[in-house]
Design a binder for this molecule. Sequence first.
Ligand code: MN
Length: 723
Amino acid sequence: MSADNAVDADRSAGAPRRGLRRIDLLRLGRAALLGPSGRDRVPDAIEHLTKVHRARHPEAGPEAIETLRRAYVLAESSHRGQMRKSGEPYITHPLAVTLILAELGAETTTLTASLLHDTVEDTEVTLDQVREEFGQEVSYLVDGVTKLEKVDYGAAAEPETFRKMLVATGNDVRVMSIKLADRLHNMRTLGVMRPEKQVRIAKVTRDVLIPLAERLGVQALKTELEDLVFAILHPEEHARTRAMIAANAAGPDLLAAVAEDLRKVLREADIAAEVAIRPRHAVSVHRVLLKRGGAELGSCDFGRLLVVVAEDADCYAVLGELHTCFTPVIAEFKDFIAAPKFNLYQSLHTAVADERGRIAEVLVRTRRMHRVAEAGVIALGDPHAVEETPQAAEAELGATAAETWGRVDPTQPGWLARLLEWQRDAPDPDTFWSALRDDLAQDREITVFATESGESIGTMRLAAGASCVDAAYAVHGEAGHQCVGARVNGRLAPLGTRLRDGDTLQLLMDDSATSGPDADWLEHAITPAARIAITRWLTQNPATAGEDKPASAPAVRPAHAAGQARAAEPVAVTDLPHATVRLARCCTPVPPDGVTGFVIRGGTVAVHRVECPSTARMVTAGRAPVPVRWRDDSPANGFRATVLAEALSRPRLLADLTEAIAAQGVGIVSAAVEPPQEHRVRHTYTVELPDPQALAVLMRAMRSVPGVYDVYRARLAVTAAQP
Ligand code: MN
């Protein structure tokens, strides 16, 4: 879902913003033809640019504007006489690229370099001249873009060259920002190229530039690039999707009705918020269509609601109202505020159904989060200024995540820092190149909550499909070799267990171990960091690789065994010989509940709580109860229980309750919230307990959440939202 996670600004369906840009560019083109109109004043061609820049950066003073003017004058005079394929003067290109970056909030140095980005490659201007006139930083950025240009337009991206490029630009992601804006403008104007060239450029954009935009969090560029690529590589499907969007736009707008309901709810709750409809871009609509297996889309599928508020706390207040006044689709709830994605994206995601059952997806975020969602690293401003105050950067990200999961450096967001580490570790360019391609192909991520002795210690983002082995290397780097076991959602699990979104994970490490990975770890590892580390270890330790190593890695096997034993052995026993025993799902008994059993199909004995209505029904029906008792040596985990909480509806209730549950080290299997009645709400949670004693402690903790007036076990069969 992550590829589709952030707001899909609809740039391609004729949304006003893109229309405006086109007009701006036409005006820029005309102004550029006229050339700079005076020595001291800002040339007409960049007047709009400086206006946009100052709106985003009010602190940009006259000297910043003067720098931009000088950069424009140098670029315009050196490109003079050059034409683009479209027949326009060449200067329209660097101007358009710079305007794209200015709209995204890039700082002055980036804009200066962007105006000059093609001068060294295509004109008499030298890098030394740029350095003399604009300083080391600008020349460094221009040099980086020039090098990247050569990579992209070469016949094939040679692994070794690409590796060098990454190292070169890895020092500063602003080079990539300029490259992305450059590619966007070239893609917008691709129509003048030969069709086969269009296809070749579109494919590189799809394989390299779009994943980069995703990783850098530059959603606004990513969505427009996606639609432009879609139109070139899949013209028929693109046309069909556009026709569907147009047909939907002509019909009644049901999403607008939901938006209006939501505005009313938020007004009544006295929460200041802007509620807007974000139309999905064509690729996003196409994805929804594929997800539905081609079933017809409803009006609500063509867009999402975006709620923008002032403060972080307001986001949860909005969520509380959403989840109490509408029916939430709990499976769709994601908290990217508590657990930001590694491209820095933050928002709450949820989906709600109104009384007519129409499901609308909703994104909730602050204004600052919105800027980061749209512009990613570009919105972070001057990376060097941030670097001087690392505390501020960490405060923005949430200190826990920053401390636990590594460095926070806006010039090198997490994945890029990792990439540079792999490239140092990779034995040869081909390994690195294929690892990188695999990594870029992972466009879905999951969030895993890390725990240590029941305490939450942070979150991590992993590629979908990652296992405990991947997590071990993501957290511990090389020391991942010493991972000997893992608890997933409180229970011991094999290291090959695939982690799922929202899992809690405790890694069991053995510092003393001189052991290393098993060869079968490679089957479990999908992330490049883990695969490279394991492969290297196995190459360096050929004697032990692939054999059983009871002496060197003893704890791995008990961990596997315990994980399997729990499933196979009954936790309760009966005196009936050879009978299989299983816990009833309706009342989810947990030791030391009073229990009784009934023989069901196939001779299995179902264990119910004594007070379960099923027990009464069976007895009334004349079924003979079978005595059952808990085993003294019951495994300590894996019990499920369904718990109901009744509370007065208030903002943040759901967040507080789920937090209280997680704080007890208890995993939530499913959750459901009933619509409020007279300000009272009922939440139903099916949880998995780390041990039977945890239930009483959990219920006490839930009762202490403000607004909760009753917490009790389910007596009736509860239909779980998911198995
Ligand atoms: Mn260019």
